[in-house]
Write a protein that binds this ligand. Structure first.
Ligand SMILES: [Zn+2]
Length: 76
């Protein structure tokens, strides 16, 4: 799976309701992290400070990601 696909999955996840979004560790009041492909690879960035997360949870590489996400929504 290429990084653009994973980036899109993260965007979809961050906008989904009923899941806990990926947030800044410096301040939980900061806006949700957003994915960006840098030279070093895919990272998550905070819109409000210089926090950068290089760890991408395995979930986003999982074949069943969208099924899982749909399942989360159907629980609402
Ligand atoms: Zn932040």
């Amino acid at each position: 799976m290429n990084e653009e696909d994973v980036k899109q999955r993260i965007k979809d996840y961050q906008q989904a309701e009923g899941v806990h979004p990926l947030t800044c560790v410096n301040n939980s009041k900061h806006e949700k992290l957003y994915p960006k492909v840098l030279e070093q690879g895919l990272v998550l960035l905070c819109p409000n400070c210089n926090y950068k997360q290089t760890y991408i949870p395995d979930l986003f590489y999982d074949e069943g990601f969208y099924e899982w996400l749909r399942g989360m929504k159907s629980l609402l």
